[in-house]
Design a protein around this ligand. Structure first.
Ligand code: MSP
Length: 514
């Protein structure tokens, strides 16, 4: 196993609702990174799971007429099922109701107490159950309907007044700023980094970290009337997985995490609270947090009340899994908000997949099958046009690696598709079908150059579209052990027998109305 570790996490999902495309998006981004790093020789640990405590889940369970445990067992399963439906490849699925997690949260709490960062007080202020977040008066407003809402999120707030333990977050502002300064790559994209810097520079208030008015959570050690604030509990999942508090655990080698992938709505918890908790406990903060944007549906915010959430199952059924995976990461610059439009998805399917990539594979593989005895053709002397195309394909690994290290999925795909376009132009210019009679040796070389270019491109597309690329690599005769990036610089071996080619990316045809 490689000594280079890579630990990537999704947020753990609230189990108050079934998963929609927004949830699938965060996990998909992590899945692509985990797959890429595995192919690139890293010892990867990819974690996802569910966030099962708190008032929101307690309330959702009560309205479903179930105990919180029975309710969370049920909804957590739907997130586990999503893993299979979307072909995600996590190494583990964590639930905050597991005993190991209680132990980890309580151990972390005791460290915070030992550092002098926890004190008992009384909380009086606004709380949004939907966001599981405290708001100060100035962050709320009363709407025309007479209801008070949090301005940043639009969620209803209610007045909470109860004894509470506090974490001395106010004392951490300078140390956090020094940490951000020293670690410029800690928050991505830059716009989010600026947002966090100005928030912390504005001064921090102590954070209420326990509740007494309900009971669905992890008990505070030594004072069981209190349960831990759900965000302290939830964030801790990332170290529970690594064996905390047992730092001799074999999984502890993964800490600090290389990347916490989150949506833009939960960046403050990950970039302010979490590093402060960790530093207070004497633990290293994660190396990077990246916040992606939000999807809307044909211009509208997705919500339960508008009944317009997009569900991954429905999309996959209509368009196929790999096209959906491709579209979500190609269409919108990662980090920006995006509007989901069927028209755009169909455009990508027919343009990028069927016409560009699919057609390239189909043209080349079918000429090879017809003319080269169902074998990888022989490679003759190369001319400049050949080495130019091969060189561009070869340069892709470094380019994609650096784009993905910045979570720029859209740019990684764009550079790969530039080479696909180059290869299609090369097919037209070299016209291998015309060479059949005049110069069969040159035709073979042209086909070899194309097959080799498809091999390189396809190795890099694997993390995005695992099933389709497996089929293309089968058709090119690339063995399973030749599919990691360690084989990127090797070459297709002439003479290897090839199976009958099959189309991989069909054009989307609108189903006929019944
Ligand atoms: N439980 C917390 C996370 C705790 S992590 C220690 C939580 N859960 S969530 O289920 O509400 O959201 C999980 C993720 O889904 C977030 O990253 C959020 O940004 C993402 N999305 C939810 N709706 C979304 C869209 N409409 N579009 C894109 N992502 C969205 O927050």
């Amino acid at each position: 196993m490689s000594s280079r570790t890579y630990y990537v996490t999704t947020p753990i999902y609230y189990v108050n609702d079934v998963p929609h495309i927004g949830h699938a998006y965060t996990s998909l981004a992590c899945d692509v990174l985990a797959r890429f790093k595995r192919l690139d020789g890293y010892d990867v640990h990819f974690l996802t799971g569910t966030d099962e405590h708190g008032q929101k889940v307690e309330t959702a369970a009560a309205s479903a007429g179930l105990s919180p445990q029975a309710f969370t067992d049920k909804v957590s399963q739907s997130f586990r099922d999503l893993v299979g439906k979307m072909n995600f490849s996590p190494d583990n699925f964590i639930r905050t109701t597991e005993p190991r997690h209680y132990k980890s949260c309580q151990a972390l709490w005791e460290k915070l107490v030992a550092s002098g960062d926890i004190y008992l007080g009384k909380y009086a202020g606004w709380y949004s159950v939907r966001d599981e977040t405290y708001f100060v008066e100035g962050e709320t407003e009363v709407g025309e309907d007479g209801k008070r809402r949090a301005i940043p999120t639009g969620a209803e707030v209610s007045w909470v007044e109860e004894p509470s333990y506090f974490f001395k977050l106010s004392a951490w502002a300078d140390r956090l700023l020094a940490f951000y300064e020293k670690n410029p790559g800690f928050i991505g994209p830059d716009s989010r980094r600026n947002e966090i810097l100005s928030f912390v520079k504005g001064g921090l208030q102590d954070l209420s970290v326990s509740r007494t008015s309900f009971s669905w959570g992890v008990p505070v050690p030594g004072d069981a009337k209190h349960i831990m604030y759900v965000w302290l509990d939830a964030l801790t999942n990332y170290i529970t997985e690594c064996g905390y508090p047992d730092t001799d655990s074999p999984l502890w080698k993964y800490w600090p995490a290389d990347l916490h992938m989150v949506g833009k709505d939960i960046i403050r918890f990950h970039c302010v609270f979490w590093p402060a908790f960790l530093m207070s406990a004497g633990l290293a903060p994660p190396r990077r947090v990246f916040a992606h944007g939000w999807w809307t549906n044909e211009g509208q915010k997705m919500s339960k009340s508008l009944n317009n959430a997009i569900y991954p199952d429905e999309l996959v059924k209509a368009y196929g899994l790999d096209p959906v995976r491709y579209f979500l990461l190609r269409e919108v610059p990662f980090g920006n908000d995006g509007d989901f439009q069927k028209r755009a998805l169909i455009g990508r399917m027919n343009g990028d997949l069927a016409n560009a990539y699919g057609n390239l594979c189909q043209r080349v593989l079918s000429i090879v099958a017809k003319n080269c005895g169902e074998k990888v053709p022989p490679k003759g002397a190369l001319i400049e046009a050949d080495t130019a195309l091969l060189g561009r394909a070869k340069g892709l690994l470094a380019a994609v690696r650096s784009e993905l290290d910045e979570q720029a999925f859209h740019r990684a795909l764009a550079v790969i598709w530039e080479v696909i376009a180059d290869a299609n132009r090369y097919v037209d210019a070299q016209a291998p079908w015309a060479l059949a009679k005049t110069d069969p040796a040159r035709r073979d070389t042209v086909l070899w150059v194309l097959a080799e270019t498809i091999r390189r491109v396809t190795l890099l597309v694997q993390p995005f579209m695992p099933d389709s690329t497996a089929s293309i690599l089968d058709q090119l005769g690339v063995p399973a052990e030749g599919r990691s990036f360690a084989s990127f610089d090797s070459e297709l071996v002439s003479g290897i027998g090839l199976p009958k080619p099959q189309g991989v990316f069909p054009r989307y045809v609108e189903p006929k109305a019944a």
